[in-house]
Design a protein around this ligand. Structure first.
Ligand code: ATP
Ligand code: MG
Length: 412
């Protein structure tokens, strides 16, 4: 992509109405636009990051047998009424044309919707287990929408739902999903802590959250320094400095961001939607369910909150909007740009008529992992200057060894 064609531009001043680091940097760098409190549009650069995260999520969900689908965002009230959730306060309600009272709600979660659909197709134990997922918009009337993409009133979620003949089978899959989630966050550059959290009326017992340690987080967790065992403050009796109940190590109190949450649901929803199967003996039983969520925008915001410096964002490789930021200074990098594109490299090519200083400042703010500078000086030596966003040193690389150099950097 030629930067001269990119319709967004970087903004020098911090936006006045944003307090969070993520919203601040993402707005200044041209990744997002705030339409209202907690409601953001993704601009071309931001949408590329979301697509990268979505692609990681899809690969890992498909790898554990998840089948992608897409459910509605507008839900008739009978769904939430069936489980007694129509009155939940974060639900956005909508009135039909000509009616005063709302009879619809905007999707805040999809357990009810998927349970009704699944009841149409599941008859026998032979139809189980299976799992489906979607990446879709959720709406929640969050009272505290001040943390940028960390807490939106409208946000993208990947939600996976699984269906089983027994609790044993559910928990086997639950553990598989937990492993898959760990891998997803790792690929996004995030180390996550698997944390025991509160259950509720709709779960078999406790749930588990994936927490990323971060001072900007709204959650407080207790984590063992030695074995990593962790419990959320909401439910725990642990305190800072006590012994770990699992290994005797030291428990520490930490601030964190919940990037994912998995729920062993049991049969609450299948009971509400008469979702049954006949077992080997022809006995009708309720299907045992699980549900599993990841907020894509929250993951993106968490990455920013973890990886930035005074100059801007520092994207991990797999989620960066582009792999290389190619910058020309008083010379043309057009040929190199075309060669890189041919080689399958994702390049943002700064072909604008701007000073070197402005270009470098923009590159640091946007945060693409590899900066490649072409100037008269480098061309004289048949080379380009390479600098990684998270390192200080620059390095001249001969054009003929550029491909192998990039391969090494992009894969490492
Ligand atoms: P929180 O406790 O942070 O309000 P939650 O427990 O209500 O979140 P879940 O229903 O567990 O949220 O949603 C699954 C995932 O969706 C969360 O782990 C998080 O990544 C994401 N998510 C939830 N609420 C929001 C929000 N308001 N904005 C962005 N992402 C969200
Ligand atoms: Mg949660």
């Amino acid at each position: 992509m030629r930067q001269s064609q990119l319709f967004t531009k970087t903004i020098k001043e911090a936006p006045k109405d944003e307090v969070s680091v993520n919203a601040n940097l993402l707005t200044r760098a041209g990744f997002i636009y705030k339409n209202s409190a907690g409601i953001y549009s993704f601009l071309p650069l931001g949408w590329r990051v979301i697509q990268k995260i979505a692609s990681i999520v899809r690969q890992e969900m498909n790898a554990i047998g998840g089948q992608e689908m897409f459910m509605t965002a507008l839900h008739d009230k009978h769904y939430l009424q069936a489980t007694g959730r129509w009155g939940v306060d974060v639900v956005f309600k909508v009135a039909e044309a000509g009616k005063k009272e709302p009879t619809f709600n905007l999707s805040w979660t999809h357990e009810e919707i998927i349970s009704e659909i699944a009841a149409k197709y599941i008859n026998s134990y032979k139809d189980l287990p299976f799992s489906v997922y979607q990446i879709q918009t959720k709406f929640r009337n969050e009272p505290r929408a001040k943390s940028g993409l960390l807490r939106g009133r409208e946000f993208l979620m990947k939600d996976l739902y699984s269906f089983h003949t027994s609790e044993k089978n559910l928990f086997e899959y639950y553990d598989l999903v937990a492993k898959s989630y760990k891998k997803i966050f790792e690929r996004c550059g995030l180390a996550s802590v698997y944390t025991l959290a509160a259950g509720g009326d709709f779960t078999l017992n406790n749930t588990h959250e994936f927490q990323v340690l971060c001072d900007a987080g709204e959650d407080t967790i207790y984590v063992c320094e030695k074995c990593g065992y962790s419990e959320n403050k909401e439910i725990t009796k642990l305190e800072d400095g006590v012994e770990c109940p699992k290994c005797g190590g030291l428990i520490k109190e930490k601030k964190s961001i919940e990037v994912g949450n998995i729920f062993p649901l049991g049969t609450k929803y299948s009971e509400a939607f008469n979702l049954k199967f006949s077992d080997e003996n022809g006995v009708k039983k309720y299907v045992v369910m699980g549900s599993y969520g990841i907020g894509l925008g929250r993951v993106m915001a968490t990455i920013v909150e973890k990886f930035y410096d005074e100059k801007g964002i520092i994207w991990p490789k797999e989620v960066a909007p582009f792999q290389v930021h190619l910058i020309e200074i008083k010379s043309s990098a057009k040929k190199i740009y075309e060669d890189l594109i041919k080689a399958g490299v994702e390049v943002l090519y700064d072909d604008r008529d701007k000073s070197a200083g402005e270009k470098f400042a923009d590159a640091d703010l946007i945060g693409i992992p590899i900066r490649m500078v072409v100037s008269e000086k480098t061309l004289k030596e048949d080379s380009v200057e390479i600098k990684e966003r998270n390192k200080k040193e620059t390095k001249l690389v001969m054009l003929r060894s550029l491909a192998s150099e990039l391969e090494a950097k992009l894969l490492s």
